[in-house]
Design a protein around this ligand. Sequence first.
Ligand code: MG
Length: 373
Amino acid sequence: MTKLAAYAVSADNSRGRVVHEDPPTGRSDFQRDRDRIIHSSAFRRLEYKTQVFVNHVGDLFRTRLTHSLEVAQIGRSIARNLHLNEDLVEAISLAHDLGHTPFGHAGQNALNHCMKGYGGFEHNLQSLRVVDVLEERYAAFNGLNLCYETREGILKHVAKKNVEKLGELAHRFIQNKSPSLEAQLANFSDEIAYNNHDVDDGLRSGLITLDQLQEVSIFSRHLVQVKRKYPSIAERRMVYETIRNMINTLVTDLIQQSIINIENTQVDNLAAVHEAPPLIGFSQEIKKEQQQLKNFLYNNLYRHFRVVRMNNKANHIIERLFSAFASEIRLLPTEYQKKFEHEGHQVIADYIAGMTDRYAIKEYQRLFTIAEN
Ligand code: MG
């Protein structure tokens, strides 16, 4: 790792772990966090969870696992340029989607709806719950006992009603304080990763076309450059090359604009970062182009009738599972039944959120198909 800037998070200014542990040898505290995340079972399950496309429809589409790896890759390279803590950015990036339900956002919305009378469901909060409570692999504590800064980065947003129960970690949402630059960066890396890979997956699936993408300025201007430079390459390569250049433009812009923002506010320590407005960000011009791309994806991909049909099935599966468990707790595996006595419906949410796409489909068949058992 290159030398850290004065405004970066370091092991020295870390607020540490909930349960005290001696510092690791041979690796930093944030490397230890990353390692714990990679060894968690929630991380392995990301391989079989949908990003946009249901997990089993094609082997080439992104899953939550490959998405998280791309977020970490983009995050690390930006962090290195800004002299931020790469290990922390990597840990946050790899953990940011651990709480996701099966079937992507459709699953999250369905579960949130089911949990309405019981505090609701937010995947972001659930990611924190996975690392704080749900992973059971260490003798001395529940969860992964991650550093404060890693947990702060995972908690991207939180509804006002949940601030108090999360304590200090969530206070910044009522005090209007900013998270570390590493946390801000992981958030932007997420956005850069999904906007670009959704273009790639959208084109490959045939749900969106190159023709339609002409209306998206950031895509069309990079496509024109690629065509000019390589007039005779195959279309698939042209798409890859265009997306590669788009990512490069976004990463470069984010680095340059963030340096300007940091210099303008003259933050020179971590405490000043928390007091300052968010400093990691795109230039106005790129921000506009990103928004245009997002709108395009929303209208043409996320609301494509084939995606909507899939989401509808996802809704149906999650809602039926939830209501079956809620009306007959003994349908839950024994260990969840025990937890239900103390924790109520949150346990059903934990069980469903932890499922992979295919596990949820299997569970649905086990519960509702006569031939299965
Ligand atoms: Mg993500």
